[in-house]
Design a protein around this ligand. Structure first.
Ligand SMILES: C[S@@+](CC[C@H](N)C(=O)[O-])C[C@H]1O[C@@H](n2cnc3c(N)ncnc32)[C@H](O)[C@@H]1O
Length: 217
């Protein structure tokens, strides 16, 4: 759909992939808590959907024999592969709405900070197809549409964990984080278009003034 295409293009951009390094890391405890009693079993196969730079794979991969991490963006995958420290992890182009997995083949599916971008109806149908009985879906959301996504999950056996982490950031890191937020690039492009009739110099000054990531310097 147009919506998904727009999303790919946004994450496809090199600048956003580079800014992504400023995103906070997920604490290992999130994986420990979310896997819970599953940690005692032998876990074969993890599928991470919308893996981006592999941020969630880093904390979940150690518990599995095999991990497939998918994302439509080649730039994100390239970044993930360059950071990858696990021999049992594969990064591949793939879509949430058409999972590249056999029926009843996946022990755990993770989606971290990406669920709000998916066609969730289609994705949940795919989850029903690929997940093994007794398998688990783990969804990490950093605030965005958190309550809505939690409420729409149909299972009675669902659990919600809230994690809070403190982060000490330099100004450069804070700026990089703001610039990596989904709406930042769209917002800046919007302003740029509104300033078309201004001279180059005036436009640059105005952009700097309206760029919220510059306000901290
Ligand atoms: C905010 S990033 C999250 C990346 C990473 N999982 C994390 O936790 O930081 C969202 C990711 O979802 C991916 N994405 C967007 N639409 C998708 C789709 N239909 N199927 C799979 N991934 C998708 C984007 O390419 C992007 O890498």
């Amino acid at each position: 759909s147009g919506y998904i295409c727009k999303m790919f293009r946004y994450y496809e951009s090199k600048s956003i992939t580079q800014k992504y390094k400023y995103r906070p890391h997920y604490p290992v405890k999130i994986a420990e808590d979310a896997l819970g009693n599953l940690k005692e079993k032998k876990l074969d196969f993890l599928l991470d959907v919308g893996c981006g730079g592999g941020q969630a794979v880093k904390i979940f991969a150690p518990y599995f024999d095999k991990v497939l991490a998918i994302d439509p963006s080649e730039n994100q995958l390239e970044e993930a592969r360059s950071q990858n420290k696990f021999a049992h992890v594969t990064y591949e182009v793939g879509l949430a709405e058409k999972l590249p997995c056999n029926d009843v083949s996946v022990d755990v599916i993770t989606v971290a900070s990406a669920l709000h971008w998916l066609d969730r109806q289609k994705f949940y149908e795919e989850v029903d197809r690929v997940l093994k009985p007794g398998g688990r879906e783990i969804y990490l959301q950093v605030c965005n549409k958190y309550a809505q996504i939690y409420n729409e999950i149909k299972y009675a056996k669902k659990l919600r964990y809230d994690h809070f982490t403190e982060q000490v950031w330099s100004i450069t890191e804070l700026k990089g984080y703001i610039q990596s937020i989904d709406s930042y690039e769209t917002y800046m492009k919007d302003i740029e278009m509104q300033l078309e009739e201004f001279s180059e110099k005036e436009r640059k000054a105005k952009l700097l003034e309206l760029d919220s990531s510059e306000q901290f310097i």
